[in-house]
Design a protein around this ligand. Structure first.
Ligand SMILES: Nc1nc2c(ncn2[C@@H]2O[C@H](COP(=O)(O)OP(=O)(O)OP(=O)(O)O)[C@@H](O)[C@H]2O)c(=O)[nH]1
Length: 600
């Protein structure tokens, strides 16, 4: 199609402000879906996404829209995820668009990720259309929301379109605005092919699927293409667009987005951000790529049943094909046996991977306490990176430890500032800036150690602000900090999988809280179990799980075999998520006790 009749746009918003609901509504309006096909949030294709109501992967959908000028327009909508853990996906999507709809919930107003995403879009040179959503809510305040958009985002909001994605009110005017206010793509369909890979994944039936934006030229079925970063060549087998059902096409041309399948066997060859060109007639320049995604949070994954280790490896390999932001390598633990050290973008990402492993691959897993990666300079001048506490060097050989630091931007109402300041100070935060972005909204900018954020910061922030605070963060260098390894001893034996890295000044309190939490989580056994926290040889906290006599069969008064079996089965069920360490059964929760410290 002639690029003047194409519009590529993303929808960006703070989490829960209604992107997915609005996307569905736009699809419905353009007739991309029949009512029978209309299922809540079709864009969130994966079951898990639907259940949790979050969008993990960016998706793109083509809609055809007949505008008021009587012409047909091709609108390519790129959905983006909203959770902080996945903000890198947002930048990828934006690189393939000329415009963005900035959705703001009229009852909540501008939140931290509204700002973060809007700035990303502005820095990518996108034209932004503010959309004020949820105007059906009694608490909606359109004028106030407009004022906030102008003051904090710095965008004119007079013409912001006020809609209810839920009821459909006024949503149709968004389509007309997309056509009249967002710019069409530039690009020359006759030039050599130059296309950007902005996503790729492995599909069990079709192999590697690449999502691409054609900048110049044409991509045709049967064409021999070259990936410019590695020089590899492949033949295009099929291509198409999602409407959101897949529709097969013969070619994609300048300005369009779509997917293609080629003779690519390995998803690692299709690096996101790479440039695709035609082998016979290559373009001159590569497009600017994307930064490599880095894992920020690390945890060990082990199977409860050690025989399932190979299954876990297979499952991890399969998941990794779809998710380049996730990494793993084998590790072993004296307590848990063979497992994998996995890297994630954040805690939510960890939870999602763990849940998928359990659900899609029926694995019972033990996850160890999540932590970050430290850079250690040794007294002999050598350097190493450690993300696994059991690899922590002998303290006498450590010169300095550098821990990753983030810059967090927290947006909240003024009445919660006091609570939040206390929270960030408790988490070793250093203040950078505090400013009012509207009469009652305050933006706090703090440097915080990632290691403190990983644990429970997000949940704590929500609770101290009653949900009226939002967070966005970026990695911002390192601090030299006195970090120490804290071991946990169960029945006098150190359990390597329970060790964590803590700041020396916080070790005592953290140790006390941790062993007391573990005492609640470790069930009473037939004998007394001591739980201790220690730094080196020094025990800093201790609790005891008292013994019980537990003989379920005694209750059966002899004869009744079926009841006896039922009881034994029940007991077995209860043990499912237990890992026997030495003589003690430790439940999964105890390995994650560090996340639960401070909860009731
Ligand atoms: N009352 C009302 N609720 C809405 C409206 N739009 C969306 N919602 C609700 O707001 C919640 C979040 O909507 P989603 O569309 O899932 O939000 P999202 O921004 O896509 O969230 P993520 O995909 O997780 O980033 C859902 O419960 C929707 O039903 C609206 O116009 N009015």
């Amino acid at each position: 199609m002639d690029p003047s009749h194409i519009r590529n746009f993303a929808i960006i918003a703070h989490i829960d402000h209604g992107k997915s609901t609005l996307s569905d509504r736009l699809l419905e309006l353009t007739g991309s879906l029949t009512t029978r096909e209309m299922q809540a949030q079709v864009l969130d294709a994966m079951d898990l996404e639907r259940e949790r109501g979050i969008t993990i992967k960016a998706h793109t959908v083509r809609m055809m829209y007949k505008a008021d000028d009587g012409d047909m327009y091709q609108l390519n909508l790129i959905d983006t995820p909203g959770h902080v853990d996945f903000s890198y996906e947002v930048s990828r999507s934006l690189a393939s668009c000329e415009g963005a709809l900035l959705v703001v919930d009229a009852s909540q107003g501008v939140e931290a990720q509204t700002l973060a995403n809007a700035y990303l879009a502005i820095s990518n040179g996108l034209e932004i259309l503010p959309i004020i959503n949820k105007i059906d809510l009694p608490s909606a305040d359109i004028e106030r929301t407009k004022a906030m958009i102008e003051k904090s985002v710095g965008l004119p909001a007079d013409d912001a379109i006020a809609v209810s994605a839920k009821t459909g009110l006024n949503v149709a005017s968004i389509l007309e605005a997309v056509v009249t206010l967002l710019p069409p793509p530039k690009g020359n369909a006759d030039a050599p092919l130059q296309a950007l890979i902005f996503d790729s994944w492995f599909d069990a039936y079709r192999g590697v699927i690449v999502l691409a934006r054609i900048i110049n030229g044409k991509l045709r079925k049967g064409m021999k293409i070259r990936l410019m970063s590695n020089g590899k060549t492949f033949e295009v087998e099929s291509m198409g667009v999602m409407t959101p059902k897949p529709v097969v096409l013969e070619e994609l041309s300048a300005g369009e987005v779509g997917f293609f399948v080629a003779t690519i066997k390995n998803v690692a060859d299709t690096k996101v951000g790479d440039t695709i060109t035609e082998d016979a007639r290559p373009c001159a320049d590569m497009l600017p790529g994307f930064e490599d995604i880095k894992s920020m949070v690390f945890a060990g994954l082990y199977t409860v049943d050690s025989h399932e280790h190979a299954l876990l490896r297979d499952a991890l390999e399969k998941l990794r094909l779809n998710d380049a932001s996730f990494s793993f390598e084998p590790e072993s633990s004296a307590a848990l046996g063979f497992g994998f050290r996995c890297g994630f973008l954040g805690l939510l990402h960890l939870e999602i991977i763990q849940e998928r492993l359990e659900r899609e691959y029926s694995l019972d897993l033990i996850t160890t306490a999540p932590g970050v990666r430290y850079k250690i300079t040794m007294t002999d001048g050598s350097e190493l990176e450690v993300d696994n506490p059991s690899r922590w060097p002998d303290p006498t050989e450590i010169e300095t430890v550098e821990e990753p630091v983030i810059v967090a931007k927290i947006l909240t109402n003024e009445e919660y500032v006091g609570n939040i300041l206390k929270l960030v100070e408790d988490k070793r935060g250093r203040q950078k800036n505090i400013e009012y972005v509207s009469e009652t909204r305050v933006m706090l900018t703090y440097e915080l150690p990632l290691n403190e954020i990983v644990l429970d910061f997000y949940d704590k922030l929500k609770s101290v602000s009653r949900g009226y605070a939002s967070l966005d963060y970026n990695l911002a260098g390192t601090w030299i900090s006195p970090m120490v390894k804290m071991d946990i001893l169960i029945g006098g034996e150190p359990v390597d999988a329970l060790s964590i890295i803590v700041h020396r000044d916080f070790a005592y309190d953290r140790g006390k809280a941790l062993v007391s939490k573990m005492r609640e989580l470790i069930p009473r056994q037939m004998f007394e179990v001591a739980i201790q926290a220690a730094i080196g040889a020094k025990v800093i906290a201790r609790e005891t799980v008292t013994a019980i006599r537990k003989n379920v069969i005694a209750k059966c008064y002899g004869g009744d075999i079926s009841r006896k079996r039922k009881l034994l089965d029940k007991q077995k069920e209860g043990k499912k998520r237990m890992k026997r360490i030495g003589k003690v059964d430790i439940p999964q929760e105890a390995f994650l006790a560090v996340l639960k410290v401070g909860e009731d």
